[in-house]
Ligand binder design. Structure first.
Ligand code: GLP
Length: 242
């Protein structure tokens, strides 16, 4: 596992965007999984700038959405579909036909999840993740099976509360659909992005704590090509590295 620490959030976003652009240059057909939440937005803004100025391109790449909240309209500003479109897809040159979302409104979620796994097929080139306050990856909450596939999941109370930050109403989602831990761990490369003081304690557990499904992010310690990208504030509890 690699750990990259940046001095401030601006350097963090610029540094990640530079490396992501490098991956797209060396492999234009990059098959990547994309997270939502607040964390990725500054990186996505950097990537949009780079696409506009011709410095990078998603034109030949493929994107898979990491997760989606249940019970929200796809147009709800708090849905992952809306967030990824508003923050990235609408501002870059990734063709609509190469962007795959998770339809949590499907009447047959089981089938939708199987089809998603089939669409992914071979291991992804790059899975990008944020981290929940309880160490969740996507919506793989504590206790998730390391071999889990794309599936419907019940959200942890802390995750339900955290979702209020994305919403303009009080109908907080209680479940979601997420890429499974199996696809995450099978990926050729995994990046975890985190910044800010609120992620410091869980990062300490994920990076230097025991490997346990109680903290799904800790399992990344055994992935052969995993990098944690953090800013100095988020790294503040990592005594060994500070
Ligand atoms: C959410 C999402 C995750 C996200 C994480 C952190 O619940 N399901 O995919 O990475 O929590 O979100 P944020 O970046 O807003 O802190």
């Amino acid at each position: 596992m690699n750990l990259f620490i940046y001095d401030n959030p601006a350097a963090w976003a610029a540094g990640i965007a530079e490396l992501w652009s490098e991956r797209l240059r060396s492999n234009p057909g990059l098959r990547q999984c994309l997270p939502t939440g607040k964390t990725p937005n500054s990186v996505y803004a950097e990537m949009a700038k780079r696409v506009k100025s011709g410095k990078t391109s998603f034109a030949e790449s493929t994107g898979f959405l990491l997760d989606e909240f249940g019970g929200l309209s796809p147009e709800d500003p708090g849905s992952c579909n809306r967030m990824i479109r508003d923050e990235l897809i609408n501002h870059v040159d990734l063709p609509e036909s190469s962007f795959h979302l998770l339809n949590a409104q499907s009447h047959d979620l089981e089938q939708t999840c199987r089809e998603y796994d089939q669409k992914i097929g071979a291991p992804l080139d790059l899975v990008i993740l944020g981290i929940g306050q309880n160490g969740h990856l996507g919506m793989n909450e504590p206790g998730s099976d390391i071999d889990s596939l794309t599936r419907k999941v019940e959200l942890h109370p802390q995750t339900i509360q955290a979702s209020a930050r994305y919403l303009t109403h009080n109908n907080l989602p209680t479940w979601g659909v997420t890429l499974g831990l199996r696809q995450i761990f099978q990926a050729r490369e995994v990046w975890l992005w985190a910044n800010g003081a609120s992620k410091a304690e869980i990062l300490k557990q994920a990076i230097s704590g025991p490997l346990t499904t109680d903290v799904p992010a800790s399992l990344l310690q055994k992935h052969a090509h995993c990098t944690f990208f953090v800013d100095r504030v988020a790294a503040s509890a990592l005594v060994k590295f500070a």
